[in-house]
Design a protein around this ligand. Structure first.
Ligand SMILES: Nc1ncnc2c1ncn2[C@@H]1O[C@H](COP(=O)(O)OP(=O)(O)O)[C@@H](O)[C@H]1O
Ligand SMILES: [Mg+2]
Length: 272
């Protein structure tokens, strides 16, 4: 059964999409079966994977629409296989109307969770790229997830935004998904030449380090990371030896170690 991870932060431009793509491609390189889910109507993940969202008849928005209309959509019909080895459920603007449509839907927080259940046994990891808001679609992503990874950009103090995100995570835990764990914070767009980056990282460690894992791997700011997305490729395919490729590889291994540990813990709990 797949480990489902939501990549979430309601602030835009923090590296959620870049992290989803490169963590996904990294897991494939470690021999894992991976599904990426684009849960942002802006469909940056879809574009970064070299897919034209608007040209897709099937998309996450369509699946969710059909599910709320009580049809039983076949999730696999919307899955596209990428030449780097992962699968992806693309998104397009169809998803934006779901935000208001979900409000009046039955089991509105669980629409995505129910959809993903039908493909969980086909993958080791499902990564959900969240949109920059804490609305219904993001609540659906957190409800479907086993854990959440929070990318935080290293040149901006995120204090207030983090509090809101933690509140949403608590709300989801209390109402729709009591198993939701915080996988950790990953520092992105790190520029070690600046004092600001060091200051932000120190502040995050001080404020959250006791409660939340901060991944050892830090993603450096590097033009290559942005160029790869524009080229529709992962950073490994674009420039295997670049600093962001090495950083994302290190993050991938940390995430895998964490997932293995969780799995053993769950198995031990079941055995008891
Ligand atoms: N490590 C990096 N170095 C330089 N630019 C980056 C890096 N990671 C992401 N970017 C760029 O920053 C912008 C925001 O990243 P993105 O992953 O789309 O964030 P989000 O999904 O949180 O909005 C994009 O243009 C992306 O190409
Ligand atoms: Mg994004």
């Amino acid at each position: 059964m797949a480990q489902t991870i939501a990549i979430c932060n309601q602030k835009g431009g923090v590296g959620k999409t870049t992290t989803t793509l490169n963590l996904g491609a990294g897991l494939v390189r470690q021999g894992k079966r991976v599904l990426l889910v684009d849960a942002d109507p802006q469909s940056d993940l879809t574009t970064s994977a070299g897919i034209e969202g608007d040209k897709q008849e099937n998309s996450l928005g369509r699946l969710m629409y059909l599910a709320t209309e009580n049809y039983k959509p076949v999730v696999k019909d919307a899955v596209i296989h990428h030449n780097e080895g992962f699968d992806i459920i693309p998104s397009n603007l169809d998803l934006s109307s779901m935000e208001t449509r979900l409000v009046n839907a039955m089991s509105r927080e669980k629409v995505l969770d129910n959809l993903l259940k039908s493909v969980k046994s086909d993958y080791d990891y499902i990564l959900i790229d969240c949109m920059p808001s804490l609305g219904m679609i993001t609540i659906n992503a957190l409800t479907a997830a086993d854990s959440v990874i929070i990318p935080v950009q290293a040149h901006y103090l995120p204090a207030k935004g983090m509090t809101q995100l933690m509140r949403s995570i608590d709300m989801v835990r209390n109402h729709t998904n009591d198993k939701l764990k915080i996988g950790g914070i990953v520092m992105t767009l790190v520029d070690n030449r600046t004092n600001l980056a060091k200051e932000v990282i120190d502040t995050i460690r001080m404020k959250y380090g006791m409660l939340i894992r901060i991944f050892d791997a830090q993603i450096p700011v590097a033009v290559k990371a942005a160029e790869a997305s524009k080229a529709g490729q992962s950073i490994y395919e674009y420039d295997r030896d670049s600093k962001p490729a090495k950083a994302y590889e290190a993050l991938t291994k940390e995430v895998m170690r964490l997932a293995e540990r969780e799995k053993h813990r769950d198995e031990a709990a079941i055995a008891r």
